[in-house]
Design a binder for this molecule. Structure first.
Ligand code: ARG
Ligand code: ZN
Length: 486
């Protein structure tokens, strides 16, 4: 039934759009649009259009200048999506509830590929143009600053994942034999829905996903009601009520074996595996539960409504900490990686970075969590693991890459992970266990569901410990050579 609704609505918008909107910009708009095409960011401070101002084509992260957008802040996405695996066809209606942060005469959404059939703003048809991965929307009227507005984008086509040339591999919406593997860090959300694709704009998400009967759709948060099947299609409604970064959104599709229950501490726990990984279902379920409960005692209460994990049949070569549903890309995860992805629910998901340069606040902490789990299990302690890494020769790559400043062309460098984790161990040695573990809890409590920066962390570490820590952080996070002490 719901799928019928989606199809009918999409057709209506398509018909209403033909001949009236199209992609051609009017003369008043074309100069500014070509500035976007050139890769330059329109200056939000001076650019004038009509009576308002043009939202910037990027959110302001100098390392990823066109990721995210300026001029507004999204509060909620309402994504109605239908996907047909054999045809690899996605049709979508993306509703976006946002609020302006300036007078807004024009704004961008990030969207890669697809044919856009129509865009409305506050229910009225808006002009739009495509340029690279930017969908440039000109509402009929300028929206005043600090005003709520809604956008609806109707689009369809074959989703194309990002195939990165450096070390990011393939990410975004990745079609698989039975559905799709959807893991989007750092900026692959734009491969399946239009939005503000940068971690500095968290939002709530409603998903209504229609797939052929027999296919399961797994998105973030919780199912709202039972899936509804009609006419050979099933619609799954999922809702993530906690703020979420765009790269953590998922709509992973396929055939899954599912185990559901509660952790010992009472947190809802859902594990799902592609049938190829049946043998891992119980281990994924049990270990995810135990680790979630343990992290809740070390980092503070679990921030979301459920925990668990998904193993899908795409060999991504990585895992991703998708909010409430970490995803393991085509392998049987062991203790280390499960401990890592679940630690990200606190570090990365609840507490999110505003700028990619601060990525060690995610990856360094999640890596250190692996060592803490090993220590907790009575295996190698964090200090032993630290010393093994510290024994790496001084001319090794890890010492040349300063983890406190992640590089955009090599974001997920091993240094951001391992030397980031070592930084936390150096800190723990310096300030002692009581201050260190108080710091981890205070950090989480202070920034729950919010944003964090490296400066805020180092300041809090000094405050909690009462120690001057500049030289420690300089040596471990920012110096392009091997630190000599901790
Ligand atoms: N945050 C993930 C992890 O460390 C890594 C994501 C890598 N993303 C990618 N496109 N390769 O668990
Ligand atoms: Zn990680």
């Amino acid at each position: 039934m719901a799928s019928g609704r989606l199809a009918v609505a999409a057709t209506a918008v398509l018909i209403g759009t033909f001949g009236t909107l199209g992609c051609s910009a009017s003369s008043g708009e074309s100069a500014a649009t070509s500035a976007v095409t050139d890769g330059a960011l329109p200056d939000a401070g001076t650019a004038q259009l009509h009576k308002g101002r043009i939202g910037a084509a990027g959110i302001g992260d100098p390392d990823f200048p066109t990721d995210g957008n300026g001029g507004y802040d999204v509060d909620r996405y309402r994504l109605k999506l239908a996907y047909d695996p054999p045809a690899k066809h996605l049709s979508g209606m993306a509703g976006i509830e946002a609020r302006t942060t300036q007078d807004l005469s024009r704004f961008n959404l990030d969207l890669s590929g697809f044919k856009v059939a129509g865009v409305t703003v506050n229910g009225a048809a808006a002009r739009f143009a495509r340029t690279g991965d930017e969908l440039v929307v000109t509402p009929a009227k300028t929206i005043p600053n600090k005003t709520a507005f809604t956008v609806e984008v109707t689009y369809s086509g074959e989703p194309k994942p990002v195939r990165d040339s450096s070390n990011l591999g393939t990410y975004g919406f990745i079609p698989t034999s039975d559905g799709a593997f959807v893991a989007c860090e750092p900026n692959g959300a734009k491969t399946w829905f239009p939005g503000n694709d940068h971690p500095a704009d968290k939002a709530r998400y409603d998903f209504e996903i229609t797939v052929p009967e027999g296919v399961t759709a797994l998105a973030n948060g919780e199912l709202v009601g039972d899936p509804v099947t009609a006419g050979g299609k099933t619609t799954f409604t999922w809702r993530e009520t906690h703020p979420m970064v765009s790269y953590l959104a998922t709509m992973t599709l396929g055939r899954f074996e599912i185990r559901e229950g509660k952790t010992a501490a009472g947190i809802k726990n859902v594990a799902a595996v592609d049938p190829r990984y049946s043998g891992s279902l119980d281990n994924l379920y049990t270990l995810s539960g135990k680790i979630t409960d343990y992290w809740s005692t070390v980092f503070g209460p679990y921030p979301f409504s459920s925990t668990g994990g998904v193993i899908d049949n795409f060999s991504a070569g990585y895992a991703l900490e998708n909010q409430t549903k970490p995803m393991y890309g085509g392998f049987n995860p062991g203790d280390d990686v499960i401990a890592h992805e679940l630690a990200h629910q606190w570090f990365g998901d609840s507490l999110s970075i505003r700028r990619w340069k601060d990525l060690w606040l995610n990856e360094g902490f999640a890596t250190y969590a692996e060592w803490l789990w090993s220590e907790h299990k009575g295996n190698a302690g964090a200090d032993r693991i630290f010393r093994t890494h510290y024994a790496t020769p001084a001319d090794a790559a890890i010492w040349k890459y300063a983890p406190g400043r992640a590089k955009p062309d090599d974001l997920f460098n091993g240094s951001v992970y391992t030397r980031g984790g070592m930084t936390l161990h150096a800190l723990r040695q310096r300030i002692g266990d009581p201050a260190f573990f108080t710091l981890l809890k205070t950090w989480n409590a202070q920034h729950k569901y919010g944003y964090v920066t490296t400066e805020e962390f180092t300041a809090l570490a000094e405050k909690v410990s009462g120690k001057q820590l500049d030289s420690l952080f300089d040596a471990w996070l920012f110096a392009p050579q091997k630190p000599t002490s901790w």
